[in-house]
Design a binder for this molecule. Structure first.
Ligand code: URA
Length: 189
């Protein structure tokens, strides 16, 4: 019998939870697969789970997540409209940057999520996601807020919410980016 999208997503989540593709499986509490609608217009992609995400098994539930929720609410997105995932599904110790080999090992899971969810818009949260998804030499301060077309998918990067918590002066620019995202979403409604 053919599997539904929900079943495929559940199976993929199970595969991620037992993944031993890199050494982060030895330090994680649990993997963090993603959350949100299985028919999203927008896919937000962050970097990697932090301490709270590792404990709860859901992405963006800590302080950065609370801020992301505010921006999402600001542009009027509803639960049905979006999905949130990360480049890495397991927390790097002390929240250090992901290593290239960890990203390589984990990216097939994100690609599969993308293939199943088929969003219209992908928003990279921060430079780690932007470098992996848009271009290895991506400069977040120069290239954020610009739309890219990746095989029909509309892609933009904005600041990672943790960067906004560290440097609130960037919040104005992030708001500008989210307004652009809201405009783009209208085209698909
Ligand atoms: N930062 C991320 O990039 N992802 C999370 O899930 C939480 C914090």
């Amino acid at each position: 019998m053919t599997q539904t999208k929900n079943e495929k997503m559940e199976l993929l989540e199970q595969r991620v939870s037992s993944c031993r593709g890199c050494s982060l499986c030895t330090t994680r509490t649990q993997s963090v697969f993603g959350k949100g609608s299985f028919s999203p217009t927008v896919l937000f992609v962050g970097e990697a789970p932090g301490e709270q995400e590792d404990r709860e098994g859901k992405p963006f539930v800590g302080p950065a997540g609370k801020l992301l929720d505010l921006y999402i609410e600001f542009i009027g997105l509803e639960e049905d409209d979006y999905y949130v995932a990360n480049i890495l599904k397991c927390r790097p110790p002390r929240n250090r940057d992901p290593l290239p080999e960890e990203e390589e090992a984990c990216l097939p899971y994100l690609r599969e999520q993308l293939r199943l969810l088929q969003p219209k818009i992908l928003v990279c949260l921060g430079r780690i996601a932007a470098k992996r998804i848009i271009s290895p030499d991506f400069r977040i301060t120069k290239q954020r807020g610009i739309w890219y077309d990746l095989g029909g998918l509309r892609v933009m990067a904005t600041y990672h919410p943790s960067a906004l918590l560290r440097d609130p002066a960037k919040k104005e620019e992030a708001l500008t980016d989210f307004k652009k995202i809201a405009e783009e979403i209208k085209k698909f409604k």
